[in-house]
Design a protein around this ligand. Sequence first.
Ligand SMILES: CC(C)(COP(=O)(O)OP(=O)(O)OC[C@H]1O[C@@H](n2cnc3c(N)ncnc32)[C@H](O)[C@@H]1O)[C@@H](O)C(=O)NCCC(=O)NCCS
Ligand SMILES: Nc1ncnc2c1ncn2[C@@H]1O[C@H](COP(=O)(O)OP(=O)(O)OP(=O)(O)O)[C@@H](O)[C@H]1O
Length: 212
Amino acid sequence: MRIVGLTGGIASGKSTVSNLFKASGIPVVDADVVARDVLKKGSGGWKKVVAAFGEDILLPSGEVDRPKLGQIVFSSDSKRQLLNKLMAPYISTGIIWEILKLWASGAKVIVVDIPLLFEVKMDKWTKPIVVVWVSQETQLNRLMERDGLSEEDARNRVMAQMPLDSKRSKADVVIDNNGSLDDLHQQFDKVLTEIPINWIGFCSFFFCSTSA
Ligand SMILES: CC(C)(COP(=O)(O)OP(=O)(O)OC[C@H]1O[C@@H](n2cnc3c(N)ncnc32)[C@H](O)[C@@H]1O)[C@@H](O)C(=O)NCCC(=O)NCCS
Ligand SMILES: Nc1ncnc2c1ncn2[C@@H]1O[C@H](COP(=O)(O)OP(=O)(O)OP(=O)(O)O)[C@@H](O)[C@H]1O
């Protein structure tokens, strides 16, 4: 089984690319979805986070007020590191579980869409690594537009991650998403034709004995 790492920066276009993988029949594990699941009311992650950050971060329903927690952690390095430390074991277990389910259902190639692939050192498990890259200007504009954020809030979120240029330098495959969606589709089609050749001989994660 091959595990392809799909990463980039916030609002660089990972979800847009992961939708293209899905439309091509390649299953995707989305780390943001896993991270949302492990923060649901009553879960182990929720209990740890509420114990550390207090009940002020909860909505009347008891669910975490995500924009509120985002405001807190994206404007404080130490609070973000605390949140990361509390959630990391639940997120990695959740991702491994999703991979195992897909593997058991016969998937030979799986894409893991994970914004913090390098930061949490999951890059060791994935090959090839696809980085969706944009300039910081494009990234800020798309982030402000998509999430209705101020420039300051958008910058805080961008600065909370490893610089996209550093991620680009660690990539096996770079998708430059500064252009139009049509450009992106064209690059993706090319990547799809190139990747299967590149995959041959690669061995990833801990199931490396089976080949695609
Ligand atoms: C702070 C939270 C509650 C804000 O939720 P919100 O719904 O507003 O954002 P969402 O989860 O959709 O994340 C949007 C993007 O923010 C970036 N991001 C999220 N968490 C982090 C983080 N800890 N550090 C840096 N960037 C992050 C990612 O690029 C992600 O794609 C949420 O992001 C969270 O629980 N983060 C911690 C878990 C985590 O590390 N998630 C990343 C998946 S590995
Ligand atoms: N080539 C493009 N041209 C114009 N808009 C784009 C392009 N690619 C992506 N977008 C838009 O930019 C925004 C960010 O894209 P997307 O949500 O795929 O990023 P992401 O990397 O998954 O973000 P996050 O890390 O926050 O989950 C979205 O509103 C998306 O529709």
